[in-house]
Design a protein around this ligand. Structure first.
Ligand SMILES: Cc1cc2nc3c(=O)[nH]c(=O)nc-3n(C[C@H](O)[C@H](O)[C@H](O)COP(=O)(O)OP(=O)(O)OC[C@H]3O[C@@H](n4cnc5c(N)ncnc54)[C@H](O)[C@@H]3O)c2cc1C
Length: 285
C-alpha cells in the first residue's frame, strides 16, 4: 500500500529537529531507518501529517569510547552495532544481539535509536540494553536528560520519551570481563523474538557468579529484567540444577502475552527454556 500524504523535513542538526518536533508535536513522526515506521505508514496504521527525517544528522551516527563507557549515536545501524570491533570487545552482548535482527537489509537500514524508541515488545535490542544496564540520552527543548534502561520501556510500543524529545545517544558500560549471550525463539518470517533472553554475567576468581543481569523480550508488553532469576543466581556457582530452578522464575510478576505466535503457557515455557540456554551459552563464551 501507499502511505497517506505527508510533509517531509530533513533537518541537519538535532537542534533544528527539536524545533520542528516542538512546532508540529501533535501530528508528527520522527523517521530514522524507517524499518518500523514505513510499514506502519504503508498500512495506514500511522498517518502523520509531518515526517522529520533524522538520517541527515551526521552527528548522530557514531560508536566511540569515552572513559569507561561506550557512546552510541542513535543513528548507528544494527549492522554497525553488529560489526563494531569496540563493541565486540567491550560490550559484546549488543553486537551478538544486533546480529540476530531481521535480515541484512533490515540491519543495514534499522537504527539502534529507532529500535529502542519504538519499544516493540518483540524487539531484540531492548533485552540487551536492559542486561548491559545502558542509559539513554533524551534531547528536548529544555535540554538533555539521561534515562536508565529499566525506566525507559513503559508499555506496548511506548517508551518514556516525551513527544518533543529525541533519543540521541546510548551509553553502555565497557566491561571486558563479562560473559554474554542473547538467544531467541524467532518468529520464522520476520525474525522478531517470540521470546528472547539476553544474559550478562561475571564470575569471581572463586568461580562464583559475582554479577548477573538478564533481559527478557517477547514475553510481555515490554522488555523487562528477570530480577527473581538474578537474585537466586547471584553469588552461586551456577550449577545446572540451580539454574534450572531459577529459570522457572523468568516470568515472575509478569503477565505473558497471548497472540498468534504463542499462548501465555507457551511463552512462559520458552522464557524458562531460553533463560537456561542463554545462561549456559554465556558461561561457555
Ligand atoms: C522485515 C523486518 C524484519 C524485522 N525483524 C526484526 C527482528 O528480528 N528484531 C527486531 O528487533 N526488529 C526487527 N525489525 C524492526 C527493525 O529492527 C527496526 O529497524 C527498528 O524496530 C526500528 O528502527 P528504525 O531505525 O528503522 O526506526 P523507524 O522505523 O524509522 O522509527 C521507529 C519509531 O521510532 C521513532 N524514532 C526513530 N528514531 C527515533 C529517535 N532517535 N528518537 C525518538 N524516536 C525515534 C519513530 O518516530 C518511529 O515511531 C524488523 C523490521 C522489518 C521490516
Amino acid at each position: 500500500m501507499i502511505p497517506a500524504s505527508f510533509e517531509y523535513f530533513a533537518p541537519g542538526s538535532v537542534k533544528e529537529a527539536i524545533e520542528m518536533l516542538s512546532t508540529y508535536r501533535d501530528d508528527v513522526k520522527l523517521l530514522a531507518g524507517g524499518q518500523s515506521l514505513v510499514p506502519l505508514m504503508k498500512l495506514r496504521l500511522a498517518k502523520p501529517t509531518y515526517v522529520i527525517d533524522l538520517s541527515r544528522i551526521a552527528d548522530l551516527n557514531y560508536i566511540r569510547p569515552e572513559d569507561d563507557t561506550i557512546r552510541i549515536g542513535a543513528l548507528a545501524t544494527h549492522a554497525q552495532v553488529e560489526q563494531s570491533e569496540l563493541l565486540k570487545r567491550d560490550c559484546p552482548l549488543l553486537s551478538q544481539t544486533a546480529a540476530t535482527i531481521g535480515d541484512v537489509q533490515v540491519r543495514n537500514q534499522g537504527t539502534i535509536g529507532g529500535s529502542l524508541a519504538h519499544a516493540d515488545p518483540a524487539g531484540d535490542l531492548p533485552a540487551a540494553i536492559l542486561a548491559v544496564e545502558a542509559e539513554m540520552k533524551a534531547s528536548g527543548p529544555s535540554g538533555e536528560r539521561w534515562i536508565k534502561a529499566e525506566d525507559f520501556f513503559v508499555g506496548f510500543l511506548t517508551s518514556c520519551l516525551q513527544p518533543d524529545e529525541i533519543l540521541t545517544e546510548i551509553k553502555v558500560p565497557a566491561s571486558r570481563g563479562s560473559k554474554t549471550a542473547y538467544l531467541k525463539a524467532a518468529q520464522r518470517a520476520s525474525g522478531f523474538a517470540v521470546v528472547g533472553v539476553a544474559v550478562r554475567l561475571e564470575l569471581g576468581k572463586d568461580g562464583l557468579c559475582e554479577e548477573i543481569a538478564i533481559g527478557v523480550t517477547g514475553v510481555a508488553d515490554k522488555a523487562y529484567r528477570a530480577t527473581s532469576v538474578e537474585k537466586i543466581l547471584k553469588g552461586s556457582s551456577l550449577e545446572a540444577a540451580l539454574v534450572q530452578r531459577a529459570a522457572a522464575e523468568a516470568t515472575r510478576g509478569v503477565d505473558p502475552l497471548e497472540d498468534i505466535n504463542g499462548s501465555k503457557d507457551y511463552r512462559s515455557h520458552l522464557a524458562r527454556v531460553y533463560t537456561v540456554r542463554a545462561i549456559q551459552a554465556a558461561m561457555a563464551s
